[in-house]
Design a protein around this ligand. Structure first.
Ligand code: PEP
Length: 251
């Protein structure tokens, strides 16, 4: 079981050409080179993975991908397998981001298959879950999260998930500038941790890292990290610039 070292992850989404990505990665490698007490990951677009991996070599920043396809190989035009990500230098893969669920129709069943594929190749899955604004308004936050977690992790045993990272990302807070309050975040994280305890045992839940994502910036990371069940952050917009991301990492 992993210790709950703080984990700050950046998701570049569909931003940055190859040269832009390498430049930012080089700046991050330089700014973060002396950080030793936390795990850091950057997930650039597929086209920049190998080159960014090269730029991050010998730095404390690990490489992650934003998605994968669950088959090992085959006639699946446009898709990328877990083994391909590993061969490009990835250690982590983001799975079930709300933008994938919202715009590409990704289901909990797809998410489960993707986690299975990641685990098979020793890629560490960062599973994203989160409720929409209308689901929160209807007081369905916990039932939505329960379903996403239970279905996404169905049929796994705790040993297979020892490198799992969970990210709570309320959809209404992603890219909107609206951050959930620290109380809202803590309430959900603590519920998620007890759910994972019910599913996989108390010691699994105690060691699981739960990240918060949704308009995290240098100004709000400090108070979020003070919450007992917040173990890090998944950062979108504010991870695109090396200086801002480094400030978040060094909160
Ligand atoms: C995200 O995309 O996971 C995210 C949290 O984005 P932002 O930080 O821009 O809200």
């Amino acid at each position: 079981m992993e210790s709950r070292r703080p984990f700050i992850a950046g998701n570049w989404k569909m931003y940055k050409t190859l040269s832009e990505a390498v430049k930012t990665a080089e700046e991050m490698a330089e700014l973060l080179r002396d950080i030793k007490d936390r795990d850091i990951m950057i997930a650039p677009p597929f086209t920049a993975l190998a080159a960014v991996g090269e730029a991050l070599r010998n730095s404390p920043v690990s490489l992650g991908a934003q998605n994968l396809y669950w088959e090992s190989e085959g006639a699946y035009t446009g898709e990328i397998s877990a083994a391909m990500l590993v061969s490009a230098g990835c250690r982590y893969v983001i799975i079930g981001h709300s933008e994938r669920r919202q715009y590409f129709g990704e289901t909990d069943e797809d998410v489960r298959r993707k986690i299975r594929a990641a685990v098979r190749e020793n890629l560490r899955p960062v599973l994203c879950v989160g409720e929409t604004e209308s689901e929160r308004d209807a007081k369905n936050t916990f039932s939505v999260l329960d379903k996403q977690v239970k279905n996404g992790l169905k049929d796994f045993v705790s040993d297979e998930l020892k490198h799992l990272v969970l990210a709570y990302e309320p959809v209404w807070a992603i890219g909107t500038g609206k951050t959930a309050s620290t109380e809202q975040v803590q309430e959900v994280h603590s519920r998620l941790r007890s759910l994972l305890g019910t599913l996989f045992g108390e010691s699994f839940a105690a060691g699981l890292r739960i990240l918060y994502g949704g308009s995290v910036k240098p100004e709000n990371i400090g108070e979020l990290m003070q919450m007992p069940d917040v173990d890090g952050a998944l950062v979108g917009g504010a991870s695109l610039k090396a200086a801002g991301f480094s400030k978040i990492v060094s909160y």
